[in-house]
Design a protein around this ligand. Structure first.
Ligand SMILES: [Ca+2]
Ligand SMILES: [Ca+2]
Length: 205
C-alpha cells in the first residue's frame, strides 16, 4: 500500500485532520499524513504521487515536510495544489495584526484564486478547529467594491454566499470564509471584538 521507504508511525485514533497535523509537527520523524474521518496515519517519508496510494476513497493526503514550506512552524504542504498554508486559531479580530503575523512567518494571508483551491480549503476547514469566520486575503478598503490582494492584483475569483458582499454599515472591507455558510465568503469588518481565525500562506515556486 505504501512506498517501501516510509513507515507508519504512531496512529492516533479519532482525531481531526488539524490535530493529526499538530501531532505530526511534534514528531520530528513525521513527514506526511493520511487522514480520513478521524483516522490519522503518520509517516516518516513523503510521497511523490499520492493519487495511487490512497487506501480508499475519502482519504486526504498531506506532505508535511517539504522544501520551501516551513513545516516545523506548523505549515502544511499540499502537493496536489502545491499549497503551503497554516491555520491560525486567531482570537479577537484585528485583520491587520493577522496580516502582520503571516508576514512575520514569511508569508501572507491565504489567497484563494480558484474553485479547486476553495474546495480544498473548505475540506480542510471542515475537519479543523477554527472560529466561526476565517480571514483570507483580499480587501476593498482602498476602492469600495473592488477587491484586491495586498500586492494590488485585482481579484478574479470569489465565492460569496447570499447577498455578500454587502459592505454592511459601510464598513466591511475584508473577506472571511464562513464555515456556517458552507465555507463560502462574506465581507466583514476589519477590527472587531468578535474572535476570528485566519490562514497564512507561503507562496511556493
Ligand atoms: Ca467594502
Ligand atoms: Ca458582509
Amino acid at each position: 500500500m505504501y512506498p517501501q521507504n516510509t513507515a507508519d508511525l504512531v496512529v492516533p485514533e479519532n482525531i481531526t485532520t488539524f490535530e493529526c497535523l499538530l501531532k505530526c509537527g511534534e514528531n520530528s520523524r513525521c513527514m506526511s499524513i493520511f487522514t480520513n474521518n478521524g483516522q490519522c496515519h503518520h509517516f516518516n517519508g513523503g510521497f511523490v504521487d499520492n493519487t495511487m496510494l490512497l487506501p480508499n476513497p475519502g482519504w486526504t493526503f498531506y506532505n508535511v515536510y517539504t522544501d520551501g514550506c516551513p513545516v516545523r512552524n506548523g505549515y502544511i504542504h499540499n502537493r496536489q495544489h502545491n499549497l503551503c498554508y497554516k491555520l491560525h486559531l486567531g482570537g479577537t479580530r484585528d485583520s491587520y495584526d493577522f496580516m502582520t503575523t503571516c508576514t512575520s512567518e514569511g508569508g501572507e494571508l491565504m489567497r484563494i484564486t480558484s474553485q479547486e483551491i476553495q474546495d480544498h480549503i473548505s475540506a480542510f476547514l471542515a475537519d479543523a478547529t477554527c472560529h466561526f469566520v476565517v480571514l483570507i486575503q483580499g480587501s476593498d478598503r482602498n476602492s469600495e467594491g473592488t477587491f484586491k490582494f495586498e500586492d494590488g492584483t485585482v481579484m478574479q475569483y470569489f465565492d460569496w454566499y447570499g447577498t455578500e458582499p454587502n459592505n454592511h454599515l459601510g464598513d466591511e472591507d475584508f473577506i472571511f470564509i464562513v464555515p456556517g455558510q458552507g465555507f463560502r465568503w462574506g465581507d466583514g469588518i476589519d477590527v472587531a471584538s468578535t474572535v476570528s481565525s485566519f490562514i497564512c500562506q507561503i507562496p511556493m515556486t
